[in-house]
Structures are given as structure tokens and as C-alpha cells.
Write a protein that binds this ligand. Sequence first.
Ligand SMILES: CC(C)=CCC/C(C)=C/CC/C(C)=C/C=C/C(C)=C/C=C/C=C(C)/C=C/C=C(C)/C=C/C=C(C)/C=C/CC(C)(C)O
Ligand code: SAM
Length: 385
Amino acid sequence: MASWPGKVSAAYRDARWRGHFLALRNRVLSSPRFQRWAAAFPLTRPVARLRARRLFDTVAGFVYSQVLYAFVHLRLPDMLHESGPLTIPELAARTDLPEESCLLLAKAAASLDLMEYHGRGRWGLGRQGAAMIANPGVAAMVEHHAMLYADLQDPVALLRAGKNGQTRLGRFWAYAGEGPPGGLEADRVTEYTRLMSISQQLVAEEILDAFNPKGYTRLMDLGGGNATFLAAVAARVPELELVLFDLPAVAEKAQGRFDELGLAHRAKAIGGDFFSDPLPKGADLISLVRVVHDHNDDHILGLFRAIREALPDHGALLLAEPMSGTAGAEPMGDAYFGFYLHAMGRGRPRTPAELEEMLIASGFTRIRMLPTRTPLLTRVMLVRP
Ligand SMILES: CC(C)=CCC/C(C)=C/CC/C(C)=C/C=C/C(C)=C/C=C/C=C(C)/C=C/C=C(C)/C=C/C=C(C)/C=C/CC(C)(C)O
Ligand SMILES: C[S@@+](CC[C@H](N)C(=O)[O-])C[C@H]1O[C@@H](n2cnc3c(N)ncnc32)[C@H](O)[C@@H]1O
């Protein structure tokens, strides 16, 4: 298994001189004398400050996240968006917090750009807080993180335990547990399907801005949840037939959604297990949105082969999810999703190169990355036989 994210070419990565260079660099950086000198010397001072700030942000990241959690849990984003800036006594009355705590939270949130002092004793949304209003999925994820952080309370124990799914996240993502997922009852899938639907809105637009499925006849979305992605597709491409395949309890919800949206004449949901049931034939475009990273390599190789068999030679597979080694968003893949999926109990974030290797081994030949506007949210790969 390739384990290096591949930011640079293999020749550079494996060059013998690189190891010597890194050893020398680290000897210099770990010297207290060098640090004192670099912080004092005017030309290196800005870099020294930036590095100190970055290390501090990593050290304090948990505290920042808890400030964000309080901000979201107290419904401050919507409250401040709807009412405009409020004074501390007004905030205290609406959140049922002591005024002193409200001021503490307002100042902490302002330091993180979530809130901002708007003058005349009133506090409103800051830049990051305002951006959250446009992306309701972010607040939903912040609340959901209570589970992730409970699992991460002792990260070393979690690492030692390996991927066993005996965690809050393992129970939440019921399909990641032991046993065949096909028999999961509705109550085990409702909450995760709701969370996926809320966070899917922005992802769907990113994917469809990168790839327009116009020209295809039938799109089958594997692991399509309650059809939020296909509903966005339907709005953009009126003539495309739509099929959603997901576990029976999820597919039932999706069919209800198609009926509600008046899409039943061209959309249907099929229940099944994509690892053990045959994939329905007839689609010339198959999509996997935020599905592949949830599963281990052996399962995904089997699924890729089944997709290759289900697709006609002129068909295509659209693979969309956050990927490891994404330039400018490196911690998203390997730190966030790496630990998230480890806690969930299966799957891993993969680099485009790792996915490509698995796709080629499954019989695909033409693989192309399509640029997305916000690669942190999702990357998109178009794959042809
Ligand atoms: C107007 C003025 C004064 C200036 C303009 C300056 C300017 C141009 C500003 C830019 C404004 C702008 C466009 C901001 C945009 C901000 C955006 C798009 C922010 C988006 C943030 C998204 C975030 C933080 C997303 C977080 C997503 C998370 C945490 C997702 C987690 C997903 C999980 C856990 C999925 C689980 C599924 C599983 C199990 C892995 O399969
Ligand atoms: C992380 S969610 C993504 C949902 C949707 N594609 C999205 O991006 O919002 C993964 C989906 O795959 C489905 N799934 C997981 N294992 C499955 C299996 N073995 N067969 C069919 N669907 C499965 C889940 O029920 C869930 O709806």
C-alpha cells in the first residue's frame, strides 16, 4: 500500500540528499539558540512568529473547537444572523448564560473571527460566523463532532486498539459495524442519513460545477443516501434518468424523497448491499459520492470491479470525496479524515494516485481529475473503462 501522500515527485521524495537536508534542517530548528536568534533577527522574525503561531494553533486547536461548539450549540450563528448584533445582557438573556460567561464567549469567538464587536456595546457575526450561515452543514458537523471527540479522548488508546468499531462513531455509522448491513433497521440509519443530507448540499454543487452529467442517459448513485445529490442533479439535467442504490432502509427514505419532489417518473430507489448484491445494470454513468473512503481496500477493489462490469464500454464512473494529499488542505485528509475513519472503524482517506492504482487494477483505463472550486470539500475523478 502506497503510504506517502505524494506531494512531490518520487525522484525528489526518495533522493538521498533529501534525508540529509531534513536532518540538518531539524538540527537547526531544534536548537534554542537558533530560535532566539531567528526571533530577534528582523529578516527571520516574521517567519519565527508565524511558526510559533502555527504550533500554538495546533496546541490549542481543541480549545478553539470547544469555543466553536459552544457558539453553535447555543444557536448563536442563526440568532445573530436573524436579529443582528446584540449586547451582552441581550445575549445572556437569550442563551441563559451569566453575562460574564457571555462576554468570555463573545471575546473568544471574536478572536476566532466567529463573532465581532460591532460597536456601541453590540456583538455580531464575524467573517467566519457569517460564512457558516451559507453552509449549514458546517454547524451540523460541529455538533456531530461531540461523538468524534469522545472517541478521541484518549487518542493513544484509540491508535492501540486498531480499527475495531467499538466507538461512538462506529455505532453511529451503523454500516461500518460487524455483520451484513443489508438488514439494518430504519432507526439505525436515520441520523447518519440526515447528517449526510445536510452536509451534501454544498458538496453536490461543487461536484456538478466540476462535472455536468448532460449527455448521459441514466445515472446510478451508489450509496446515494436520501437522494440529496440526485435531487441536485435532477434540477440541473432535466432529461437524465436517475437510480439510487443504498441499503434497503435508506433507499426507502430516498424513494419517499423522489415522490415528494415529483421525480418518481424518472427516478427510483433500489435497496441492497453493494458488496454482496449484484449491481443493477442499465446505467451509463455511476457515481460514488463520499462512499469509497468509508471502506477498506479489499471491499473497494471488489466494488470497483462490479462497477466496471455493470457499465457499458462508453460509460463512466464519477468518484467524488475529500482526498488525502490535497494541496493547501493537507491536514483535512490525513489528520482529520485519517483519525475520523480510524475511529469509525473502517476505510481510509486515499490520495488520487492510490485511487488510480486501485481503479486500474479493477479494469479501468482512463482516469482524470476534474478541478473543483473548494478541493477541501471534495475532489472529483472521472473514470472510464
Ligand atoms: C465581502 C468582503 C468584505 C470581502 C470579500 C472577501 C472574500 C472574497 C471572501 C470569501 C468569502 C467566501 C466565498 C467564503 C467561503 C467560505 C466557505 C465556502 C467555507 C466553507 C467551509 C467548509 C467547512 C469548514 C467544511 C467542513 C466540513 C466537515 C467538517 C465535513 C465533515 C464530513 C464528515 C465527517 C463526513 C463523514 C462521512 C464519512 C463517514 C467520512 O463517509
Ligand atoms: C457517507 S454516506 C454518503 C451518502 C451520500 N452519498 C452523500 O454524499 O451524502 C455513505 C452511504 O453509503 C451507504 N452504504 C454503506 N454501505 C453500503 C452497502 N454495503 N451497500 C449499499 N449502501 C451502503 C450508506 O447507507 C450511506 O448512505
